[in-house]
Write a protein that binds this ligand. Structure first.
Ligand code: ZN
Length: 74
């Protein structure tokens, strides 16, 4: 017989992280969804950032976009 208990309150999908281990908030990449870091803050708050991989991609994409706009104007 295996019966799983409902885990209740925590909505953070991080395994092995207890809720009562201090005030930490998590930083998540807003583009690929990867967990980047945890930092002092408020428990159960999630901060959004951009990981280095996505940052490089985004900058390249923006530069391409700007260049195409520049071309379109000419
Ligand atoms: Zn990312």
């Amino acid at each position: 017989m295996s019966q799983e208990k409902p885990t209740g309150a925590s909505s953070l999908p991080i395994p092995g992280v207890e809720e009562d281990n201090g005030e930490l908030m998590y930083v998540r990449c807003s583009l690929c969804g990867e967990w980047l870091d945890s930092k002092p803050g408020r428990v159960n708050w999630i901060s959004h950032g951009v990981c280095p991989v996505c940052y490089v991609k985004e900058v390249a994409r923006i530069e391409l976009f700007l260049e195409e706009r520049r071309k379109a104007k000419m």
